[in-house]
Design a protein around this ligand. Sequence first.
Ligand SMILES: NC(=O)c1ccc[n+]([C@@H]2O[C@H](COP(=O)([O-])OP(=O)(O)OC[C@H]3O[C@@H](n4cnc5c(N)ncnc54)[C@H](OP(=O)(O)O)[C@@H]3O)[C@@H](O)[C@H]2O)c1
Length: 268
Amino acid sequence: MKFTGKKVIITGGSSGIGKSAAKIFAREGADITIVARRENVLQEAVGEISSTAVSRDQKVDYRSVDVSDWEKVSEFAKEYGSDIGAPDIIINSAGISHPGYFEKIPYEVFQRVMDIDFFGVVGMCKAFVPLMKERGGHIVNISSIAGFLGVFGYSAYCPAKFAVFGFSQVLRSELKRYNIHVSILCPPDTDTPQLEMENKIKPEETKAISGNAGVMSPDDVAEAMINGMLKSKPVIVPGLNGKFVLYASRLIPSVVEWVMDREIKKFS
Ligand SMILES: NC(=O)c1ccc[n+]([C@@H]2O[C@H](COP(=O)([O-])OP(=O)(O)OC[C@H]3O[C@@H](n4cnc5c(N)ncnc54)[C@H](OP(=O)(O)O)[C@@H]3O)[C@@H](O)[C@H]2O)c1
């Protein structure tokens, strides 16, 4: 029971990687608050997560908050602080994606993806760090493989995930003095509703490139995340393929570009 009595907030906890993580935390004895927008999906997820809890005293509840709405996020933090206190762990998993050809993605989509995927993370950290400073804790911000590698078709998504990566590196360095650990999770393609939606609109080139890295289950990604947290890893990349891409993109970027360009050329 690694997280008995710990207070955990998971944005995007009603689906995919966030929900898988919530179930593991529940199995490990934590109190959990999941955050997302759709109330019916949140309620259903709370039922699923509660069924994995190991004690009657554990609390699993939800808040319907749009993480891109700073006022709502700071209101939520104030309420959480006075009702529950300081969280021990925050997992920022809420996110959206919109793959497509750069020229076909409307300008507003770039803004919306940035608002949710990046400013949603900034808002949660800004609202909750003041509460966490006294006791310390752990924040995990979910980026992506697309958070350190520019991938064809992700001109709206990559910049937001790169921003999460850079922001989290700074935060790791600044919050260490308060004993708040910050980790970045960079999952590869993961079998969730987000990927299902992406696959309907993804350019063929993107499919060909990401096909090389394979697909993981959200349970495996969440487990890798929690193992990485327990080792206080600053960057957690689940799966061997993902780790290979991280090191290759850092050490031999021109080879990685050559491999991606070779896939893309098949479609021109
Ligand atoms: N799946 C992949 O292949 C993959 C790969 C790398 C990284 N990631 C990242 O991993 C994270 C989780 O993705 P997933 O695949 O698990 O996605 P998912 O199954 O689609 O779940 C996304 C979650 O975020 C919530 N959400 C979306 N917009 C929100 C907003 N504005 N405010 C509050 N909650 C919001 C959704 O609920 P509501 O819609 O009800 O708000 C849902 O709970 C994301 O950051 C994603 O970019 C995913």
